[in-house]
Design a binder for this molecule. Structure first.
Ligand code: PRP
Ligand code: MG
Length: 215
């Protein structure tokens, strides 16, 4: 039996991948929110799901720890995409990467004045590219979470982070001043696995493709 391993992360990506898996006849048998198991069985003995940190999904697929995975475009850009075949934009877990500042910070003025901006983010590649294309000089401060705190504590002038509902920004008196890119999650497949396990992987890719919802 050829085992197929799918890497997912908890939360929206897991939840919104379930209907796509259902289209492939696959049902995950345990809930990652309540189970402490990292390998979840499915109704198909030859398919299992591994639960990893969102930022680790491309790495697991790149090195063959998983044959395929679902990951945000943001994560994929920061990873670099080496060794990954990227057949489908799944149009799920949609959000955007934006620049946000304290509501009392005059971002437009700082940019036109050519000031150096201190920018806190976990998306250093995306942020570096974006500000370079605008000709804005930035000092990037790498963080791993809760970026919103950086401008509030005076550590940074701006953040580059994901915005979905906008509630987190609002709750912390921050405002979105630039939209850098729209994000959705993509299916990524290990390039070697695609050759060695062609039939079962094709079945999953085709089922996902037929179940993608457009809006
Ligand atoms: C994400 C993101 C924002 C928030 C955006 O953080 O970094 O903080 O969600 O969502 P909203 O616009 O709907 O409020 P998350 O809580 O996932 O965790 P992290 O930043 O610690 O990784
Ligand atoms: Mg956050």
């Amino acid at each position: 039996m050829t085992m197929i391993t799918l890497a997912l992360s908890k939360g929206r990506i897991f939840d919104e991948t379930m209907p796509l898996l259902a289209a492939a006849g696959i049902e995950v048998l345990e809930d990652p929110e309540t189970s402490r198991k990292l390998i979840l069985p499915t109704n198909q003995p030859s398919v299992r799901v591994v639960m990893v940190r969102a930022t680790d999904v491309p790495t697991y697929v790149q090195y063959g720890g998983a044959d395929l995975g679902v990951t945000g475009k943001d994560t994929l850009i920061e990873h670099g995409g080496q060794g990954l075949f990227r057949p489908l934009d799944l149009n799920i877990a949609k959000c955007r990467v934006s620049v946000a500042v304290r509501s009392d910070f005059d971002y437009a003025h700082a940019v036109t004045q050519g000031s150096r901006l201190k920018v806190a983010t976990k998306y250093t590649l995306i942020a570096r590219d974006f500000f370079a294309s605008k000709g804005v000089h930035v000092d990037l401060i790498k963080l791993y979470g809760s970026m919103e705190l950086a401008p509030l504590t005076g550590m940074a002038d701006a953040i580059v982070d994901l915005v979905s509902t906008g509630n987190t920004l609002k709750a912390n008196h921050l405002v979105e001043v630039e939209r850098i890119m729209d994000i959705s999650s993509h299916l990524v497949v290990n390039q070697a696995a695609l050759k060695l396990k062609q039939a079962p992987l094709r079945h999953i890719i085709d089922a996902f493709a037929s179940a993608i919802r457009q809006d």
